[in-house]
Design a protein around this ligand. Structure first.
Ligand code: AVI
Length: 329
């Protein structure tokens, strides 16, 4: 298998129709065939992902929320001069940011919350949820992470520090070079001493990893297959969605869970808007996602290699998850 992960080369970008068509055309013609995982998140895909986060076998969200609630005060207190702005990249429904602010902020302090996401609906619902907090001013940026961070930097006014959040082990959907480039991009948008809090899912026994990505209720399988539904709807494709099996594989050498859609039988597929017309063989797979798993030291090394210094780290041993707080050097 090629070492180029489906999400390797780009940070999540504005998934306009033209870009979607171009990416589908390019990645489906790679060997092995691939599709970028950022396209999972149409309206149905986002709802399926929220359902995944509630599954007993997918523990990332619960473990991270517990850590944020338990250590929120330490996270804010780590910045002596005070955090006056929190930026969240791709925060989904805003619940984790809510947990952090409620647990960590000193009463009566004012806080700017800047939310960056490509999804207008995610921004609207998280802004609504967060605006009930006292002393908080919410600004949303419907933009790619890079463009949003540049805007946040340009709008910077106060003398306080900024804390940027990249939670949910979203960093794990980049391959290692992509993750490095992404973190360096965040660093370039920050001032010295600003903070970065990242959540990383840790390596754990294979059985637990596979249950998390191939759950007995089939929600993750639906999340994966929905990518074909989306291609059919938006690009006029004729994928026979039932003729693809969901497969999750633990690739220990690369420290990642891979998700694939495996063709049951030889099939002819056309996707007119992506000018595609091809045969897929029986058993051939489309690689749709990589989810890298870390060890605590590896998370720190990744930050130190990209312009940050470790401040503190908290680990949920039960579910194997780390929150790492670093500051820009
Ligand atoms: C969003 N991302 C961190 C999730 C993950 O664990 O890689 C997406 C996901 N894929 C399958 N289940 C959840």
């Amino acid at each position: 298998m090629s070492e180029m992960s489906p999400v390797s080369s780009r940070a999540p970008a504005d998934p306009s129709d033209a870009q979607f068509a171009t990416d589908v055309q390019y990645y489906l013609m790679q060997q092995p065939r691939q599709l970028p995982s950022r396209y999972f998140y149409d309206a149905l895909g986002s709802s399926l992902f929220e359902a995944i986060c509630r599954l007993p076998w997918y523990r990332v969200t619960r473990a991270e929320t517990r850590l944020l609630a338990a250590h929120g005060r330490e996270i804010f207190d780590a910045f002596g001069r005070g955090v006056d702005t929190v930026v969240e990249l791709g925060g989904g429904n805003g619940q984790k940011l809510m947990t952090l602010v409620q647990a960590g902020r000193r009463p009566a302090s004012r806080l700017e919350l800047r939310l960056i996401d490509v999804s207008a609906s995610a921004l609207a619902s998280s802004a609504r949820a967060l605006s009930v907090l006292d002393g908080v001013h919410v600004v949303t940026y419907e933009a790619s992470y890079e463009a949003g961070l540049a805007e946040v930097r340009a709008a910077r006014a106060g003398s306080g520090r900024t804390l940027t959040l990249f939670l949910g082990s979203n960093i794990g959907n980049f391959d290692p070079p992509g993750a490095g480039a992404f973190l360096r991009g965040i660093r370039a948008a920050l001032a010295r001493d600003d903070g970065l809090l990242i959540g990383t899912d840790l390596v754990k026994p294979e059985r637990a990893l596979l249950l998390a990505y191939d759950d007995p209720l089939g929600v993750t399988a639906a999340f994966n297959r929905n990518l074909l539904v989306r291609i059919n709807r938006e690009l006029g494709g004729d994928f026979d969605v039932n003729a693809f099996s969901h497969r999750a594989v633990w690739n220990a050498g690369a420290s990642r869970v891979e998700m694939h859609l495996v063709s049951r039988g030889r099939q002819h597929v056309t996707v007119p808007a992506a000018t595609l017309d091809f045969e897929i063989e029986d058993g051939e797979s489309i690689w749709t996602e990589s989810s890298y798993k870390y060890d605590p030291e590896g998370s720190v090394r990744m930050l130190e290699a990209t312009g940050f210094r470790l401040v503190d780290q908290w680990i949920d041993v039960e579910d194997g998850f780390a929150l790492t707080l670093a500051e820009a050097v």
